[in-house]
Design a binder for this molecule. Structure first.
Ligand SMILES: O=C(CO)[C@H](O)[C@H](O)COP(=O)(O)O
Ligand SMILES: [Fe+2]
Length: 227
């Protein structure tokens, strides 16, 4: 089943608890953590994640766009995140970090910037619960979807199938009603959407519509009936 994770980067930061409730029915709430070093933007950190996890029943999918991921990622598990994604470009010891995240009780996920290939990380895939392929350069919401990432999504899905893994494949950046089908056909099964959800008049309805499109695009695909 396709999962839709609204990104609160496009929500009103002064009303985060209400904005979380506005997407009731979403699978996860995607929380973009930016440190103004790994990306040229600054958003929120551990205390806000902790407050948000108490304010909503929707599990938090924390996307850490921060340097020194090895040091900080475990703190997001302690703050209540159900899934923690670190960037491989920012982790000194990704295997150790993934194991630590899992040991602390969250799903471990690793992200790749658009210019980072998947192939060097094939052997790491069993250590992960999710792989995130960025479909924009990380740092900002509302950017145009990078079509050139579709072959990487396809190749990653092939690797997941080849190894018989349960790994979820997430895409993030520019996912909308006009791009979600291409992502789904290429093999993604978890979709982050910021502006396409929070920019809609009815965010909960936008989540349902995106999910229906993704499911229609992958009906019958062997990997699409998992979760
Ligand atoms: O990680 C991100 C940016 O770095 C965001 O999750 C992403 O951009 C979501 O926003 P939109 O759907 O509007 O592109
Ligand atoms: Fe994100």
């Amino acid at each position: 089943m396709a999962q839709i994770n609204p990104s609160i980067l496009s929500a009103d930061f002064a009303r985060l608890a209400e904005e979380a409730k506005a997407v009731d029915g979403a699978d996860w709430l995607h929380v973009d953590v930016m440190d103004n070093h790994f990306v040229p933007n600054l958003t929120l950190g551990v205390p806000v994640v902790e407050a948000l996890s108490k304010a909503t029943d929707t599990p938090l999918d924390c996307h850490l766009m921060i340097e020194d991921a090895d040091r900080w990622a475990p703190q997001y598990v302690e703050a209540g995140a159900g899934s923690v994604t670190f960037h491989v470009e920012a982790a000194a010891a990704p295997v150790r970090l993934a194991r630590e995240i899992r040991a602390k009780g969250a799903r471990a996920s690793m992200a790749l910037r658009p210019a980072t290939p998947i192939e060097p990380y094939e052997d790491l895939l069993p250590e992960l619960d999710m792989l995130l392929i960025m479909t924009v350069e990380p740092g900002f919401g509302g950017q145009a979807f990078l079509d050139i990432m579709l072959p990487k999504i396809r190749r990653t899905r092939e690797l997941i199938s080849k190894h018989g893994l349960e790994l979820w494949l997430q895409v993030d950046g520019g996912v909308s009603a006009t791009t979600i089908e291409r992502c789904a056909e290429a093999g993604a099964d978890v979709f982050v959407a910021g502006s396409a959800v929070y920019g809609a008049e009815d965010p909960a309805e936008a989540v349902r519509a995106l999910r229906a499109r993704a499911e229609a695009a992958t009906a019958g695909a062997p990997w699409a009936c998992g979760h």
